[in-house]
Design a protein around this ligand. Structure first.
Ligand code: ADP
Ligand code: ZN
Ligand code: ZN
Length: 801
């Protein structure tokens, strides 16, 4: 087997295929599929992924690959295949798909090192490491021992690690061990003074525990010796000191109260039974676990995972980034302890890599994480759980534009295991599939302890205005806030920031400050006193006068959390407020700290944005106020009604989850909108029916699939003309059943000085569409680099912006 097929690290269409390379003799038997290698490519040396090893090639003149960049595969067979499928499905490059599956630390800029795992007798390693624990890859390469190390790694005596150069994050522990032989130690025992008791104890201990590593504390405890004895032994060369990096466990400072499985309610037992059967029988099945917040879904996840672990299998749990709170993590760590690895974007590159490695080394059996955790390199998956399956953060908005749900189902089929999609407000696509029997629906209709759903009242803010109330709090919300303060109960105030920006408006001439590079207004940032563009990053100082007419009557519109806080301070000066938004939570651990404060009763009101909408489960919260329900409804997106319904339902679910009953006040300018009204009644079934009718009329999902092609170029005419050609080509390739909308300007027609045009395809079954789109990409690929044209294709887009 002399030839390696390699996908090179050049994300472009022309290189999106396997290249054959000869494996030089010295690397025969070392190179395996899933390893990265350095290969010559034109005049350069670049990296690539080996996808296959084979005997012969249809090409004559093959170049030799240079060397391996890994000594164990970083992608297993299943993930390599998944990468191919993903690239195919999302029309992206294989190399982008592979990169998406690996932690950022594995990108080449991080230093690689070889680490010794044990101190078992091993002359080769002893000599190579010279008493150290780690050796740099470069040095090993220089010494020409990579091949021999490959053998040691296979035998479990060493491993390759990535050193993330981030001193502050790194935790170093000193270890001590002796490499002396029995004979040498015994000789030493004879030479020490008879009354040097600590030295004798330590030597005897080492005699019985050779080649094992201990921390100073271990030694002190075991031998009743002191730091100075250890130091003395190090100086004499009896002990060797090694510095070692330990896992940067971001949650290690916490004690996890262990929890036991709860006896399930009748409803829960009914719901879990089919899941357990599929686990037992090792069959693929997707379940929709449809249950209101507080109905006990998480307990079902936990007990299903328990069965999977008992069978010796592994579990992936996806949670939206925003609800991956310490509380959520506690529930899994509380049940499964160190078997749990956590992957989310709040971790540093190094921490993420450590968590990933726990999975790779099979030290963790359960991964709890955001979207990309779906690629956890487990080899014996027993279940995949997606909590809050309707969340849009499960769709990646950059290459590869995948949806974690699709990947989950693909992997579950490979592993023959169940997928559980949990939600109180399932996406329309998922609910429709459950209705059709594609997914099996499991329902939890009751909250735990039969707690009633909170009472929701919808307040018409137009009415408030008419009655002369210009405050951001309606009379009803204000009265209730005062009431909770008096009763010492807690309140959550929610401000929907999405689709809601604070902009600058001149009251004299109506001037709105726009980004000079994008067709979008600039957002006012109070804390830095800047105007910022959220699309291209442009920022400028807040002007004192109107740039257009020089009037001084220029002011900000929109409501930010800071402004709400200021008003609260004025009208309820005695209230203690915790504000949670991007500004107050950007520092590491701040999020957790603020929540702890609130939980322990150090504040009366928790004020925040999306990040407080989910996952919070505090007993003393009896009031939830939504300051403006409808800011999202006006976005040009067919899902805006669905998103509004989901968000309002989620927020309402925060109230009255325990003994105290809860109330919700939703303030809105469009009280008659079905999304607002039905969220008030917490009536998903009704919402589903209503929304399905609208989707059918509009030919939107779940009745039609969508693919969005967006073309952008500095030159408007070029963008329009290209989109026109593409639209024409697609039209000629698909059936008459497909609906093609375009070319039209995107809803933000210009970003970063580039004009954006799009073409939207709605279809049911068009086997020719993907090949046609590929043709389009091929046709234009020359122009991508030369002329700065970009064409992005989003299969099943989530945002239409
Ligand atoms: P969900 O995930 O649907 O929001 P949870 O699983 O968080 O619901 O359950 C809500 C509350 O009820 C939690 O405090 C949980 O500990 C509790 N709970 C869940 N199942 C049971 C049970 N079988 N017996 C007693 N308490 C339960
Ligand atoms: Zn003006
Ligand atoms: Zn801009």
């Amino acid at each position: 087997m002399k030839i390696a097929e390699v996908i090179v690290d050049v994300p472009a269409l022309g290189t999106d295929k396997e290249f054959d390379y000869l494996i030089p003799d010295k690397w025969l038997g070392v190179i395996e599929p899933g390893m990265r290698v350095a290969v010559p490519f034109g005049p350069r040396t670049i990296q690539g992924f080996v996808t296959q090893i084979k005997e012969s090639s249809s090409f004559d003149k093959l170049r030799e690959l240079k060397e391996p960049l890994d000594l164990t595969p970083v992608l297993n067979k299943e993930l390599l295949e998944l990468g191919n499928w993903l690239a195919e499905e999302t029309l992206s490059f294989k190399i982008s798909a592979y990169h998406a599956m690996l932690p950022a630390a594995m990108k080449s800029k991080y230093e690689k090192r070889i680490r010794r795992i044990n101190m078992k007798d091993n002359p080769f390693l002893d000599q190579l490491f010279e008493g150290e624990i780690e050796l740099s890859w470069k040095e090993a390469e220089h010494k020409g021992v990579l091949r021999a190390l490959h053998e040691e790694i296979k035998m479990g005596n060493a491993e390759v690690i990535y050193l993330v150069k981030n001193r502050a994050e790194k935790k170093i522990v000193k270890y001590y061990f002796s490499t002396m032989s029995d004979k040498e130690l015994k000789e030493l025992l004879h030479t020490v003074r008879a009354n040097a008791f600590t030295q004798i104890r330590l030597l005897k201990f080492l005699l019985n525990h050779q080649n094992e590593r201990y921390t100073a504390n271990d030694l002190i405890e075991n031998c009743e010796c002191s730091h100075s004895t250890i130091k003395n032994f190090v100086q004499k060369g009896i002990l060797i000191e090694s510095q070692n990096e330990v896992y940067r466990d971001p949650f290690s400072h916490k004690e996890f109260a262990t929890t036991e499985p709860l006896p399930l309610t009748d409803q829960q037992r009914k719901a879990i039974a089919p899941i357990l059967t599929t686990i037992e029988d090792e069959e693929y099945q997707t379940f929709l676990l449809y249950g209101v917040t507080g109905s006990g879904k998480t307990e079902i996840y936990l007990q299903s995972i328990q069965m999977v672990l008992e069978k010796g299998q592994e579990a992936i749990v996806l949670v939206p980034e925003i609800s991956l709170t310490p509380q959520m993590v506690d529930r899994f760590k509380g049940r499964f302890g160190d078997d749990v690895a956590v992957l989310h974007s709040g971790l540093s590159v190094g921490e993420k890599y450590d968590e990933w490695r726990k999975v790779q080394r099979k030290e963790a059996k359960v991964v709890v994480g955001a979207r990309s955790a779906i690629f956890a390199p487990f080899e014996n998956l027993g279940i995949i759980i997606i909590d809050e399956e309707h969340e849009s953060s499960y769709k990646q908005e950059e290459l590869p534009r995948y949806h974690a749900r699709d990947v989950a189902i693909y992997r579950a089929k490979q592993h023959q295991c169940p997928v559980i999609l949990g939600s109180a407000t399932p996406s329309l696509e998922t609910f429709a599939r459950a209705q059709k029997g594609v997914y099996q629906q499991l329902t939890l209709s009751k909250r735990m302890n039969d707690m009633a759903l909170p009472f929701v009242s919808i307040v018409d803010m137009r009415e408030e205005m008419r009655n002369g109330n210009r405050s951001m709090f309606s009379t009803e919300l204000f009265e209730k806030l005062k009431d909770r303060l008096a009763k010492k109960e807690q309140t959550i105030l929610f401000l929907n920031k999405r689709g809601h920006s604070s902009f600058l408006l001149c009251r004299d001439c109506g001037f709105v400050m726009q980004c000079p590079h994008c067709d979008i207004s600039l957002t006012y940032h109070r804390h830095t006193s800047e105007m910022k563009c959220h699309y291209c990053g442009f920022n400028t100082q807040v002007p004192k006068t109107c740039p257009e007419c020089l009037s001084k009557h220029i002011r900000y519109f929109g409501t930010g959390t800071q402004k709400v806080e200021e008003e609260l301070n004025q009208v309820l000066p005695e209230a203690r407020i915790i504000r949670m938004d991007i500004d107050t939570t950007s520092r590491k651990g701040a999020h957790e700290k603020l929540l702890d404060h609130f939980k322990s009763g150090q504040a009366d009101i928790l004020l925040g944005t999306q990040m407080i909408a989910k996952g919070l489960d505090f007993p003393n919260i009896t009031l939830v106020g939504v300051l403006s329900a409808d800011t999202m409804l006006n976005l040009p997106d067919f899902r805006s009604g669905e998103k509004t319904f989901q968000l309002l339902t989620q927020v309402s679910g925060r109230a009255g989850r325990h003994e105290l009953s809860g109330e919700v006040v939703i303030q809105t300018y469009t009280p008659d909108h079905y999304s607002v009204e039905l969220a008030g009644k917490q009536d998903y079934d009704q919402f589903y029916k209503k929304e399905m009718v609208l989707r059918k009329i509009g030919s939107y999902p779940p009745f039609y699939y969508l693919t969005l092609v967006t073309v952008s170029h500095e030159d408007l005419m070029k963008a329009v003309a290209t989109t026109e050609k593409i639209t024409k080509h697609i039209r000629s390739q698909v059936s008459h059943d497909a609906i093609i909308l375009g070319p039209v300007a995107s809803s933000i027609p210009r970003i970063n000085d580039r004009y954006r045009y799009q073409c939207l395809i709605k279809y049911k079954h068009e086997p020719n569409l993907k090949p046609a789109l590929k043709k389009v990409l091929e046709h234009y690929q020359q122009q991508f680099q030369k002329e700065g044209l970009t064409i992005s294709i989003d299969v099943h887009p989530y945002t239409m912006l």
